[in-house]
Design a protein around this ligand. Structure first.
Ligand SMILES: N[C@@H](CCC(=O)N[C@@H](CS)C(=O)NCC(=O)O)C(=O)O
Length: 125
């Protein structure tokens, strides 16, 4: 999103394998110990959806986040879809296949396929 908005930024890598995101320094920035995290001068925002909303509003980009009730709700429903449906399916499957974490990946994968179909159908329109 930073690139799409052509915002100059520094990207900082966090070594989660060594637990850097749970270090005291990082927890001071985000008590949940999660990435992504956006720091904009004196403002610190955690959560991908919140970061997207922040950037769109900060740049007054109504093409990304319209202010009319119906259009804004339409954007928010997809952000919520990312936080809920995608997070509880594709994200879980990814943790299993990429990082070998022990989850019910079969259920996650099956749900993930349904979720991808919902997105494909929407994009077809
Ligand atoms: N709701 C958050 C979830 C962020 C999240 O789960 N990040 C993962 C990496 S992709 C993480 O930092 N996990 C470490 C943990 O939860 O302890 C968002 O959308 O940004």
């Amino acid at each position: 999103m930073l690139s799409l908005l052509e915002l100059k930024h520094d990207r900082v890598s966090i070594d989660s394998a060594s637990g850097e995101h749970k270090s005291l320094d990082f927890l001071k920035l985000n008590s949940l110990g999660q990435v992504p995290l956006l720091i904009d001068e004196n403002t610190t925002i955690r959560d991908s959806q919140a970061i997207l909303v922040y950037l769109a509003r900060k740049c007054d980009r109504k093409d990304w986040l319209p202010l009319e009730a119906e259009s804004m709700a339409e954007v928010m429903q997809w952000l919520s879809f990312a936080a809920n449906e995608i997070n509880s399916s594709l994200f879980i499957a990814r943790l299993h296949f990429l990082f070998g974490m022990n989850f019910d990946w079969e259920t996650a994968q099956q749900k993930g396929k349904q979720i991808l179909q919902v997105m494909d159908d929407h994009l077809q329109e």
